[in-house]
Each structure stands twice: as structure tokens, then as C-alpha cells.
Design a protein around this ligand. Structure first.
Ligand code: HMG
Ligand code: MG
Length: 306
């Protein structure tokens, strides 16, 4: 199959990227990050999560963040919701798109959302129904699609089963999460091929953490199969609080560089994105996790000295 002509990137930095930060990031910093990502051309920016503040304290300011976002036309600001309580709070905060999040691993499901896979699906069904009634789009995540921090290998058929259940329930897109970033291109392809037997390929998104440095290779493998939506995190921020040692998502800058090299349109201004990544990395007091951003910033600095 030929590569897609265009790709949509969902920047999950403000949620996945920041949820694991030990220091409380001020709501205004999150809002400014979201503003800058919108200015850089991102059309989907995952803004926050309406989860229990006891489980993920960093997302406790969800309503404040939603209230302060200056929404750009044509940009969607999805938020995570684990249950009906989360959906109600998200709607009250003005969310127009939500995401439910399940897993292909029983052990991870228990650690992350305190219930079995079957219980989670039963919990999501009324969430999806209520969201649809309120005209709110629902995305579905499947975690641990290429391995689980607690139970190791995860069978592609198990991923396909959960992906299909979420799709059948009414999720408009299924994002396949390599939560611990242990996947490799051939494994990624086998997993996507299994899912694509149950869920249309154009409804599949890749969400690859970069713990082992394989995320860009896995995106390329997915592109070769025709996947055209990828989640990424500016500056490679992040990690999951229930997947110890897992690093952030693939850096958005690295994905945009790959796509540019392949002549695939993402609608994103790489220079503005690099500035955004440098800005949030400085706010957090660390270096950007994006190799592309570091290289481009070094080149800029050299040019400025010349
Ligand atoms: P539980 O303790 O089983 O829930 O947690 P519960 O229904 O028994 O409620 C316990 C308390 O939480 C109660 O409060 C509820 O009101 C409250 P209390 O009476 O003790 O004061 N509560 C809530 N508060 C705010 N918002 C809510 C909510 N629901 C209940 N929505 C629960 C179950 C699902 C709530 C909990 O496990 C949870 O919040 N988990 C979220 C974990 C999380 O956010 N993980 C990270 C995101 S997933 C991820 O990163 C993976 C992904 O990126 C893809 C990938 O990489 O693989 C998406
Ligand atoms: Mg994730």
C-alpha cells in the first residue's frame, strides 16, 4: 500500500505528557502550552483528564484548564474520561470530545482503572451513549497493545477484541497505545493487521511511547499499512503513572520531521512546534526529549553565532 498523503497528529502532551509530572504544573502553563500547540497548527490537542484526583493529582485542575482555553476554530480539545462521573464533569467544563481508555491486558486494566477489561467495557458503554446524546465525539484507547509492564506479552487478537468492542460501542477512532514503548516494527504491523480485521484501517490511530527509541520506526511501519493518525507529545513529554519506567510519547517534532521527509502533509509549522517544545521543556526545567528539536535548536544557535 502507498503511504498516506496527509496525516493527522493528536498532540497528547498537555495530558499524557504532563500527567506523570511530580511537580504540580500551574494550570496557566498548561493553557499556554495548549495555545502554542494550536498556533503551531495542531488540530487535535488532548487537553486534560477528568479522572480521580486521588489517582492522578496532576490532572486535578481539569475544569480550570478547560475554562481558560481560548478555542481556535477547527481545533478539537479532547479530554480523558474513565466513567460517567468523569463525563459529567467534562461536559460541565465544556468538553466537546472525550476519550475512554481501556487496555488489552487484564493486569494493566486493574492497575490503571481498578477494574477488569470486561468491567471497563461495561462502564464505557453508558459513557459513550450519554456522550452521543450530548453530541460529544468519543475516541477509544487500548493500552498495552505491544506489551504490558505487569504481564509481558499481549496477543494481537486480544488487542483486536478490545478495539472492536470500543468501535462497536460507538468510538469514532481507536488509538492503539504502546504504553511501555517496547514494540518493534514487525510486531506493530502484526498487531495492526489483527486489529484491521475488526476495525476499519482509517479508524485506527497509533499511540506509541518511545521508551526504547522505536516509536518513529513503528510509525513508519504503521504508515506503510495505511494508518494516517498518530498521537505524539511535544518535546516527548510524559509517561503513564501506572507504567513505571515508561517514557513519554514519541516527540511531535520527530513525527513532523519524519512526515516532512516522506512528503506527507501534517499541517504543522515545525519551527513554531520546536519553539513550543523548547518553551515547555524550559518551564519544566529539562531538555527537550525530541532529537529533531535539539538538532534544529543547535543549528539555529550556530547560525545566530555565525
Ligand atoms: P476507583 O477508586 O475504583 O473509583 O477508581 P470509585 O468509583 O470507587 O471512586 C473512588 C473515588 O474517586 C470517589 O471519591 C469518587 O467520587 C472518585 P471519594 O468518595 O473517595 O471521595 N471518582 C472520581 N473523581 C473525579 N473524577 C472521576 C471520578 N471517578 C471516581 N472521573 C477510577 C476508578 C477510574 C476513577 C480511577 O482508577 C482513575 O481515575 N484512574 C485514572 C488513571 C489514569 O488517569 N491513568 C492515566 C491515563 S491512561 C494512559 O495514560 C494510557 C494512554 O495514554 C494510552 C497508552 O499510552 O497506553 C491513554
Ligand atoms: Mg499514553
Amino acid at each position: 500500500m502507498s503511504l498516506p498523503h496527509s496525516v493527522r497528529i493528536v498532540d497528547v502532551g498537555p495530558r499524557d505528557g504532563l500527567q506523570n509530572e511530580k511537580q504540580q504544573v500551574p494550570a496557566d502553563t498548561k493553557v499556554e502550552l495548549i495555545r502554542r500547540l494550536g498556533e503551531a497548527g495542531l488540530k487535535s490537542i488532548e487537553a486534560t483528564a477528568f479522572v480521580s484526583p486521588k489517582w492522578v493529582p496532576q490532572m486535578a485542575d481539569n475544569a480550570e484548564v478547560m475554562a481558560k482555553i481560548a478555542r481556535l476554530p477547527g481545533v478539537s480539545y479532547p479530554v480523558l474520561v474513565p466513567n460517567e462521573k468523569g463525563l459529567e464533569a467534562a461536559i460541565a467544563a465544556g468538553a466537546k470530545e472525550v476519550a475512554v481508555f481501556g487496555a488489552a491486558s487484564e493486569a494493566f486494566s486493574q492497575k490503571n482503572i481498578n477494574c477488569s477489561i470486561a468491567e471497563s467495557l461495561a462502564r464505557f458503554r453508558p459513557v459513550v451513549e450519554a456522550a452521543k446524546k450530548a453530541d460529544i465525539a468519543v475516541r477509544g484507547y487500548v493500552s498495552c497493545v505491544l506489551g504490558c509492564p505487569y504481564q509481558g506479552e499481549v496477543a494481537p487478537l486480544a488487542v483486536a477484541e478490545v478495539a472492536w468492542a470500543l468501535y462497536e460501542m460507538g468510538c469514532y477512532e481507536i488509538s492503539l497505545g504502546d504504553t511501555i514503548g517496547s514494540g518493534t516494527p514487525e510486531k506493530t504491523k502484526a498487531m495492526i493487521e489483527a486489529v484491521a480485521k475488526r476495525v476499519p484501517l482509517k479508524k485506527i490511530a497509533g499511540h506509541y511511547h518511545d521508551t526504547y527509541g522505536m516509536a518513529v520506526a513503528n510509525i513508519y511501519a504503521s504508515l506503510e499499512l495505511g494508518v494516517a493518525v498518530f498521537d505524539a507529545s511535544v518535546a516527548g513529554l510524559g509517561g503513564c503513572p501506572y507504567a513505571a519506567g515508561a517514557s513519554g510519547n514519541v516527540a511531535t517534532e520527530d513525527v513532523v520531521w519524519l512526515l516532512k521527509g516522506l512528503g506527507i502533509d501534517s499541517g504543522i509549522d515545525l519551527d513554531k512546534l520546536v519553539d513550543t517544545g523548547a518553551w515547555i521543556a524550559a518551564q519544566l526545567g529539562r531538555e527537550s526529549g525530541s532529537k529533531v528539536a535539539r538538532a534544529l535548536l543547535a543549528k539555529r544557535a550556530k547560525a545566530a553565532c555565525a
